[in-house]
Write a protein that binds this ligand. Structure first.
Ligand code: NDP
Length: 323
């Protein structure tokens, strides 16, 4: 048996309860991993609310790091005791998880297991957003919403490393300091941000907006773009964006709108290796700083969700099963 969080029914954070469940057995091609740290991601708050088509009851979580405890039949290249992380595990709000061996990411020497749990999902997301969704070139200007968040702090640093100019929005002074510390050139609050963006770009607008906030920022994001600019809508922290008339893209200046997601950017082992090795490598060599803003014991997953939804977190939020 093992301890795991179970979402009993669609609802608020209180539906996340600690339970004793069967410890999983690795099938062919799978690894059983004793979890050191679990990464919390915003998508789990949408799943918990019943917005996505997930059958209840269920144990949330896709991201974690830990040590291999058992190796399933046919697995090559991994052994008991190896350290791995993943963005594609199963039911990671728990003491143990199963992960398909081809979706496990070896944790390099020099990376501690908490940082390794903080990076797979948000780090590979920031990586695909700037390399694959809109390939940012030196000298281009990007607007990043929620710049002190998990994805936000990583995006700012990776954009600066590419030689981009970065504008970002945040809601508090503390978050503004963190976003500046990550390298943002201009930190704005959300109020009338598109007007400030136009001033800061001499009326030209930005090349790309990375918008994980959604409903509250969508209109301003469109108004912040240069002609033929890209609105990369990758989340809905403030709620889903209502249906959009495509004619708005024409009026806005022949704009592009896309709604990408991570799983379509991890299509094969090569993509997974490319993104994870660049992100893990940058953390190991110190060029990417990974902020773990809060850790909660596994039993307090509900409080972790409250903090994330209440805009009270910065950087990554982790659950620690052993605490
Ligand atoms: P964050 O750490 O960025 O937390 C969300 C932040 O959004 C808050 O801290 C807050 O920052 C901001 N925000 C603005 N309005 C609201 C609101 N009404 N309620 C709550 N938060 C608000 O989360 P993540 O880094 O985990 O995720 C950021 C976004 O990226 C999410 O929408 C998530 O779903 C998405 N995502 C998408 C992926 C994909 O592949 N498509 C993969 C990973 C994440 P502030 O107070 O500064 O405004």
């Amino acid at each position: 048996m093992m301890k795991a969080i179970v979402a009993t029914e669609p609802g608020g954070p209180e539906v996340l309860v600690l339970d004793e469940v069967e410890r999983p057995q690795p099938g062919p091609g799978q690894l059983l991993v004793k979890i050191a740290a679990t990464g919390i991601n915003f998508i789990e708050t949408y799943q918990r609310q019943g917005i996505y088509n997930v059958p209840f009851p269920f144990t949330p979580g896709d991201e974690a790091s830990g040590t291999i405890e058992e190796v399933g039949e046919g697995v090559e290249g991994y052994g008991v005791g190896d350290r791995v992380a993943t963005a594609e595990g199963r039911r990671t709000y728990a003491e143990y998880m199963l992960v398909d061996a081809d979706k496990a990411l070896p944790v390099p020497d020099g990376l501690d297991l908490e940082t390794a749990a903080a990076l797979p999902l948000q780090g590979m997301t920031a990586h695909y957003l700037i390399n694959s969704t809109f390939r940012v070139e030196p000298g281009q200007t990007a607007l990043v919403h929620a710049g002190a968040g998990g994805v936000g702090l990583l995006l700012i640093q990776l954009l600066k490393a590419k030689g981009a100019r970065v504008l970002t929005t945040v809601s508090t002074d503390e978050k503004a300091q963190l976003a500046s510390g990550a390298g943002a050139d201009h930190v704005l609050n959300y109020s009338q941000f598109s007007e400030h963006v136009q001033e800061l770009t001499g009326g030209a607008g930005v090349d790309v907006v990375y918008d994980g906030v959604g409903r509250d920022t969508f209109d301003g994001s469109l108004a912040s773009l240069r002609p033929r600019g890209y609105l990369v809508l990758f989340g809905a922290a403030s709620g889903p964006v209502p249906p959009v008339d495509p004619q708005r893209l024409n009026v806005g200046g022949s704009l592009f709108l896309t709604r990408p997601t991570l799983k379509h950017h991890l299509l094969n082992p090569q993509e997974r290796l490319w993104r994870s090795s660049e992100v893990f490598g940058a953390a190991v060599d110190g060029s990417l700083s990974v902020r773990i803003g809060a850790t909660f014991p596994l039993s307090e997953a509900a409080d972790a969700h409250r903090a994330l939804e209440g805009r009270a977190t910065t950087g990554k939020v982790l659950l620690i099963p052993s605490s």
